[in-house]
Design a protein around this ligand. Structure first.
Ligand code: SAM
Length: 305
């Protein structure tokens, strides 16, 4: 596969490089902002699950008037530095990371908390959806500690079977909860974004790190809420209709007629989890998949046990 074929297949990947964004996800946040004016009046923001950092780039450039806002970015992975962004490397589901984030906002709460977190998908949909929900709830738990009243929380959500339960939990804390799908998020993906505005916790609610919202006693029947407890949130698509369709391939010729020129990625990951595999592959030492048809019969018997 040539290095330009991804540019052709994924127009947002290509535009991200050409516009200096570290990842195509930048367009998702920009299109969400077009619809919901998320950055209006925001000077302090938290970017959870931030690596490689395109949302942090957007935030640091767009908030606080002349980009003078304060952004705290958190991820499991190390991230190349960004001007105006304070980085914390850690797991957002861990108490120690949550405490470190909260420390930065004590006495001066955040206006906006965003979370584009995604677990490593297994392909087992129920497991992936459950893991995604846990990440979102960990992010919500942190948000309840750092958000100012009226503040906003935006988090990636998988529109799976049990999504109603998450909407119900979010509605406990926010006066408005919507589900939004930016044009740059592929239609073929169950990904969408919960846009929660007007942080307004129930009277008497005290954020408590020792009781995170993680739902350890998960009960699938709990999702079968009905009557007034069943929350159906509005679904909104965002990004101009004339914006590129993320499920289409586009020709490489630029619209202004100028010749296509390959642009390298803005900031390759500095320490990706697959680095060791790449090094081993270069040296020809990466273990190869053994297909049963390549094995002598005696080995096939052993492999299938
Ligand atoms: N918004 C980012 C951007 O624009 O560059 C892209 C985020 S990427 C889709 C998802 C990120 O979630 C990964 O970098 C991954 O390391 C992070 N992540 C997953 N689980 C996490 C956890 N438990 N704590 C912190 N980060 C996590």
């Amino acid at each position: 596969m040539g290095r330009t074929s991804k540019d052709k297949r994924d127009v947002y990947y290509r535009l991200a490089k050409e516009n200096g964004w570290r990842a195509r996800s930048a367009f998702k946040l920009l299109q969400l902002n077009e619809e919901f004016q998320l950055f209006q009046g925001v000077t302090r923001a938290v970017d959870l699950c931030a690596a490689p950092g395109s949302w942090s780039q957007v935030l640091s450039q767009k908030i606080g008037g002349q980009g003078s806002g304060h952004v705290v970015a958190v991820d499991l992975q190390a991230m190349a530095p960004l001007p105006g962004v304070l980085q914390i490397q850690g797991d957002i589901t861990q108490l120690s990371t949550a405490k470190e984030i909260i420390r930065h906002f004590e006495g001066c709460p955040a206006d906006l908390v965003v979370c584009d977190g995604a677990p490593d998908v297994t392909g087992l949909h129920d497991v992936d959806e459950y893991m995604q929900a846990q990440l979102l709830l960990a992010a919500l738990n942190i948000a309840t500690h750092v958000l100012k009243p009226g503040g906003c929380f935006v988090a990636k959500i998988f529109r799976g079977r049990d999504v109603t339960l998450i909407y119900s939990q979010l509605r406990v804390f926010f006066s408005s909860v919507l589900c939004a799908k930016p044009r740059s998020s592929r239609n073929s993906s169950i990904e969408a974004f919960a846009v929660c505005q007007g942080y307004d916790p129930p009277e008497g609610f005290l954020p408590d790190l020792t009781k995170p919202l993680l739902d350890h006693s998960y009960d699938p029947d709990f999702n079968q809420l009905d009557g007034p407890t069943r929350i159906i949130v509005p679904f909104v698509t965002c990004g101009d209709l004339s914006a590129y369709d993320s499920d289409r391939s586009y020709p490489l010729d630029l619209e202004d007629g100028s010749e296509y020129k390959y642009t390298p990625p803005t900031q390759p990951p500095i320490s990706p989890p697959y680095q060791e595999a790449c090094t081993l592959k270069k040296k020809g030492r990466l273990a190869k998949e053994i297909r049963p048809q390549d094995c002598p019969i005696s080995t096939v018997d052993t492999l299938s046990q």
